[in-house]
Design a protein around this ligand. Structure first.
Ligand code: C2O
Length: 357
């Protein structure tokens, strides 16, 4: 019994804060649910379509940055009623992560894609469609998202393209990649803490070193992620309680980099620190591209490092909007070979590979 796509005509408001505050509407996928909105089955891009090479965010040139920031600006400029708009792209994450949908056929059970074996494939597909929309907006079908290479010493800071006024154009207020709701004390040159846990104000902040981060990477990828279930997360089938258990990398460094980036002046360190708001920060997509890359790296690192073969995983299905604003039904099995999705990652060293003891 694989997880089925949600019923879009039934999307609930969610409550994030205590009852006093108004509930939140992140029903992005219901927006255009006119009665006969057709749902297409996913088809792979043509094998001859250009291969998108996702670059490390700290290694790109200014031409790339201006292209990417232009694409995000165009996405932000789309009307909020457009499911391809940046606003609705962020809502898609919110809806699948905060309980806006029930599991199809189980009105008492939420569809949640974190803390289970859906985590890696759902986010891969989410980025895939997001990237295609950006590419379409700038009319460049080889455009690829950047990845935040925080597991490599030179990438262990917020990449400069995401900073305020990084950009040459002095007349514009700030780059579309900048986002104000981040931790002001975690700006470059401060290094990311892959083991970051919110510290109370009475505790001294301990800054990590490169070697600490590399050891955490080794531990999470190799030791704590030694088997498929330990790495990808626990089985979550239709009719079961959501969030049965996260994989190693989902907890650390995925969650920790979210918290580290988010704003401590906000209740849940929004925006990156909370599911409902995380994808409002453009850096979210680079963070997840690195998570997605690490899934590939993990698979290359050991005989036991294989995807699940369970058809309940392979046939789990979701809905996304594509670059033409068409609703597409896509399965986990469709995302397991990224060559067929026509993207790859720039080859970088994985320096933590030698950080076991
Ligand atoms: Cu869906 Cu990084 O969270």
């Amino acid at each position: 019994r694989p997880i089925q796509p949600p019923d879009l005509s039934h999307c609930l408001l969610i409550s994030i804060y205590p009852p006093s505050s108004p509930p939140l509407n992140c029903c992005a996928l219901s927006l255009v649910s006119s009665d006969h909105q057709k749902i297409l089955n996913f088809t792979f891009p043509l094998p001859s379509s250009p291969l998108r090479i996702r670059p490390a965010a700290h290694l790109v040139d200014s031409r790339y940055i201006s292209q990417y920031s232009k694409a995000v600006q165009l996405m932000k400029d789309l009307p909020k009623s457009d499911p391809r708009s940046f606003f609705q792209q962020a809502n898609i994450h919110c809806a699948y992560c905060n309980g806006a949908y029930d599991q199809f056929g189980f009105s008492n059970l939420q569809l949640l894609i974190h803390r289970s074996w859906l985590f890696f494939p759902w986010h891969r597909l989410y980025l895939y469609f997001h990237e295609r929309i950006l590419a379409k907006l700038i009319g460049d079908d080889s455009f690829a998202l950047p990845f935040w290479n925080w597991d490599s010493p030179d990438g262990m800071r917020i990449p400069s393209m995401y900073l305020n006024n990084f950009f040459f154009n002095k007349s514009s207020s700030s780059s579309s990649l900048y986002h104000p709701n981040r931790d002001p004390s975690h700006q470059p040159p401060v290094m990311v803490d892959l083991n970051f846990l919110e510290v109370g104000s009475d505790q001294a902040v301990v800054y990590p070193g490169v070697d600490d981060n590399l050891r955490i990477m080794y531990r999470q990828m190799m030791e704590n992620g030694a088997t498929t279930e330990l790495f990808l997360g626990s089985a979550f089938r239709a009719g079961e309680q959501p969030e049965p258990g996260p994989g190693s990398v989902e907890v650390i460094p995925h969650n920790t980099v979210h918290y580290w980036t988010g704003d401590p002046r906000k209740h849940y360190r929004e925006d990156m620190g909370a599911f409902y708001s995380a994808a409002r920060d453009p850096i979210f997509y680079a963070h997840h591209a690195n998570i997605d890359r690490l899934w590939l790296v993990w698979k290359s690192l050991g005989r036991k490092h294989m995807d699940f073969s369970d058809s309940d995983w392979l046939d789990s299905a979701f809905l996304f909007y594509d670059e033409e604003a068409r609703l597409v039904r896509v399965k986990v099995r469709d995302c397991l070979d990224i060559d067929r999705l026509r993207y790859r990652y720039q080859a970088v060293e994985n320096p933590w590979i030698n950080s076991g003891r």
